[in-house]
Design a protein around this ligand. Structure first.
Ligand code: C2E
Ligand code: CA
Ligand code: CA
Length: 642
């Protein structure tokens, strides 16, 4: 039924499909990736196979015993088997590349995986001598031998292996690619099956050629992965590729660049059509690695991937990049200086999920970091930060927050007040201290809730009347500067305190002196309004920054809290002593009350007595303690006075 001319037509169709695929691939210049090259090889194999098919179609399987036609037939069959044997292994290799499975051929496992291919290929190559794969008998013509059966088995193995790899990577393959690969598998399966059961129906090569057209359209075409105009991969491609690498346990070095002053440079040199990375940095980036290892997940972020089996010197590359960014760039008539942080992280050691990678990409890097390249231990902070952020957000539902109290004393060692200090007991991370989580809370916007929580807790405590009974004059509550800048801040504070019917002068807010000059106006207005309401104010951590002294004193605060570092510094050096003495003298002359924190020893108290401070706070009296312990502490202290 399926005569030679039918099969000739099928083979010509396959050839045409392959040639179109090949031409299109070259027109679109999809030739530089390993993946592209395998694709081209597969198409070339299919071209050879369809030509063999055409020759069989023209002359049949028994074209005589000698002469020119006989020679052509022999060569074409030989070419067919030598190349076709490589088809499925190559497709398997293609899937490996697509899924970022390591292509390191040195390992034992890799050698083992390609063993069936080596064996069957040797059979095909040596067939003229051995005739294990096919033979040509006088009178009968072409004959399949057991070797061909082995080739089919080997092909089946690679077919299944490809399936397994794809299955493992399935979740991180884009929908379009999935459809194309299923299409390909189904077509090839049907083609091979038909040819197996109906020997004279030679549709396998056509099925493969058409299947690969699907692959060309959906997989080789990367329009959805490439950032238009820039030629680099986009955020979605990065997410998918890193997902594949993680799933297939591929080792990877990742270099992340944060361009801190992108907007500034864009404003200076840019216009509507300018893309800073494409216009200024593109050539430089491409001189470091191939374009398909470069991703631009955000306009001011660049990511480069280096496979560990190829690059052992990612460290040096990162250093070189950082050094290059220390220098300037020439663009049009401008000289541009980028301010860039370079991060070097390893997958899967330091980055264990795509969300961790995007956390590193999307979150600010400490800009004051002295190091050129952040790597290794430097990255712990990012991981830890991430964990802290999740702890913060689950904190309120899991009741992790608790307010501790640290008493303050008059210089004559009589109880004076207390400072409320937040603590966190997280189910996963254990006890957390505010020095770590307050800055994170400020960044992720949870600081308002935390400060509200502290103020409410303090008000609830004060409303019990216990602190008053024990001789406490007021309780200090820390405010973050960010919070003071919020609209309706004063109203919110008032609302909370009034709800608990607490005397406003019982609450003493502590603010730090790290006030940026331009924020100063708003802040002083807020403080003035709260002071008029009756609240007290302390200046916290005095002496740590380089403060604008006159500005601070014009805020008219009630107490100045001298930072513990000044006290401790005074014990270490003569200069430190001079600084402490003069700081205290100056504040005294300004007629302000002085509290010194970090008091740990009797000697320190004697010194401070001499210098004439008003209040003391420190471990000498008590560490910050939970409310119940604090109540016991102040009850004891007040009983001792009586
Ligand atoms: P801070 O306001 O300067 O708080 C004083 C810190 O010094 C406390 O650390 C306290 O435990 C510690 N300290 C007190 N006396 C001594 C001493 O004698 N020796 C030593 N070595 N340390 C002493 P803590 O509780 O870890 O708080 C750290 C910072 O976290 C605070 O510094 C404050 O800036 C911030 N913070 C704490 N609670 C809150 C809060 O409720 N809201 C806000 N916005 N910030 C808070
Ligand atoms: Ca404080
Ligand atoms: Ca302090």
């Amino acid at each position: 039924m399926f005569n030679n001319s039918f099969n000739l037509g099928v083979s010509i169709s396959a050839l045409l499909v392959c040639i179109v695929n090949l031409i299109y691939t070259f027109i679109e210049r999809r030739t530089d990736k390993t993946q592209n090259r395998i694709f081209i090889s597969i198409i070339c194999i299919l071209i050879v196979n369809s030509i063999s098919g055409m020759i069989t179609g023209i002359y049949g399987d028994n074209p005589g015993e000698s002469g020119y036609i006989y020679q052509v037939f022999q060569v074409s069959k030989y070419a067919y088997f030598v190349t076709h044997t490589a088809l499925c292994p190559l497709f398997f290799y293609y899937v490996c590349c697509l899924s970022f499975v390591s292509n390191k051929m040195k390992s034992m496992k890799a050698k083992l995986i390609f063993m069936p291919f080596f064996i069957t290929e040797i059979l095909a190559v040596t067939n003229p001598l051995t005739h294990y794969v096919w033979s040509y008998k006088d009178g009968e013509g072409f004959h399949r031998e057991w070797g061909e059966f082995l080739i089919y088995i080997a092909a089946l193995i690679y077919y299944i292996l490809s399936f397994v790899i794809l299955g493992r990577t399935w979740k991180v393959i884009s929908g379009k690619r999935k459809a194309a690969l299923v299409f390909f598998f189904a077509l090839v399966g049907v083609g091979v099956f038909l040819q197996l059961i109906k020997k004279d129906l030679k549709v396998e090569v056509l099925a493969e050629a058409v299947g690969f057209t699907g692959v060309l359209i959906a997989v080789e075409n990367e329009d959805d992965r490439i950032d238009f105009g820039m030629g680099f991969y986009n955020r979605a491609a990065l997410r998918l590729d890193i997902g594949s690498c993680l799933r297939n346990r591929r080792d990877l070095h990742i270099i992340i660049m944060h361009i801190h002053n992108y907007d500034l440079i864009d404003r200076i040199v840019g216009d509507e059509d300018t893309n800073i990375i494409a216009d200024i940095l593109s050539d430089y980036l491409k001189s470091i690695t191939k374009r398909y290892h470069i991703y631009v997940p955000d306009k001011d972020k660049i990511v480069m991937t280096f496979y560990s089996d190829v690059y052992s010197d990612a460290d040096r590359i990162a250093e070189r990049i950082a050094e290059r960014f220390d220098e300037t760039w020439i663009y049009k008539d401008y000289t541009v200086q980028f301010n860039v942080s370079v991060i070097l992280a390893d997958l899967p050691d330091q980055i264990t999920s795509t969300s961790e990678l995007f956390y590193m990409i999307d979150n600010p890097v400490p800009a004051d970091n002295e190091k050129k390249v952040l790597k290794g231990e430097d990255l712990q902070f990012i991981m830890r930060r991430r964990a802290v952020e999740s702890a913060l957000s689950r904190g309120f539902t899991e009741n992790s927050y608790e307010v501790y109290y640290q008493p303050t004393y008059h210089i004559n060692r009589r109880l004076h007040g207390a400072e409320a200090l937040i603590r966190m007991h997280d189910g996963q991370l254990g006890n957390l201290y505010p020095d770590e989580f307050i800055p994170v809370a400020e960044q992720c916007g949870l600081i308002d809730d935390i400060d509200d929580f502290v103020l409410e807790e303090v008000c609830r405590f004060v409303s019990t009347g216990i602190p008053q009974k024990c001789g406490i004059d007021n309780i200090n509550v820390n405010l973050s500067v960010i919070q003071c800048m919020r609209p309706h801040f004063v109203e919110r504070i008032n609302e909370i305190v009034e709800r608990y019917n607490v005397e406003k002068s019982f609450i003493n807010f502590e603010i730090t002196e790290t006030i940026a000059a331009n924020d100063y106006e708003i802040l002083s207005g807020t403080i003035q309004r709260l002071k008029e309401e009756g609240f007290l104010f302390s200046m916290d951590d005095y002496g740590t920054g380089y403060s604008n002294v006159s500005a601070i004193f014009s805020l008219n605060l009630d107490v100045i809290k001298i930072d513990k570092s000044l006290l401790w510094g005074a014990e270490k050096s003569e200069l430190g002593m001079v600084i402490l003495e003069n700081t205290i003298r100056m504040i005294c002359q300004m007629k302000k009350k002085i509290l010194v924190e970090g008091v740990e020893t009797l000697e320190q108290i004697r010194l401070l007595e001499k210098l004439g401070v008003d209040f003391l706070q420190g471990y000498y009296f008590s560490k910050p303690i939970p409310k119940d312990d604090f109540i016991k502490h102040i009850e004891k202290a007040s009983a001792a006075v009586r």
